[in-house]
Design a protein around this ligand. Structure first.
Ligand SMILES: [Zn+2]
Length: 118
């Protein structure tokens, strides 16, 4: 099976991390426009917003982490955190499910939506 899914918490964390880098990159570009005050200010504000957003996302991950289910991955034997009914292992991206009905079925993130829940 092609493992195109990765663990949701890892995915969000990667996104938050890249936002920090993007934020600093934007602020760095702003420094190149030191002579144009308003242009530099715009870049600085955008950069700060990006970093602030990433902080918010990190906080959100913290909230989400309390709702995750800790399971031991049958593939690599390491403990991993699951979000929703289906998720992928944090270490090896093995698709996992906590629902016996979905066992053996093709991994589909749609199973997490309300429509598919009984
Ligand atoms: Zn694993």
């Amino acid at each position: 099976m092609a493992l195109k899914y990765s663990n949701k918490i890892n995915k969000i964390r990667t996104f938050a991390l890249s936002l920090i880098f993007i934020g600093f990159a934007i602020m760095y570009v702003g420094l190149l426009f030191k002579s144009t005050m308003w242009l530099m200010s715009i870049f600085m504000i955008l950069g700060l917003l990006s970093v602030a957003l990433s902080t918010v996302i990190y906080f959100w991950i913290g909230m989400l982490s309390t709702k995750t289910i800790q399971v031991v991955c049958p593939n690599c034997g390491k403990p991993t955190k699951m979000l929703g009914r289906v998720d992928a292992c944090m270490h090896c991206n093995e698709p996992l499910t906590i629902d016996k009905d979905l066992e053996g079925k093709e991994f589909d993130e749609r199973y997490n939506s309300k429509k598919y829940q009984k």
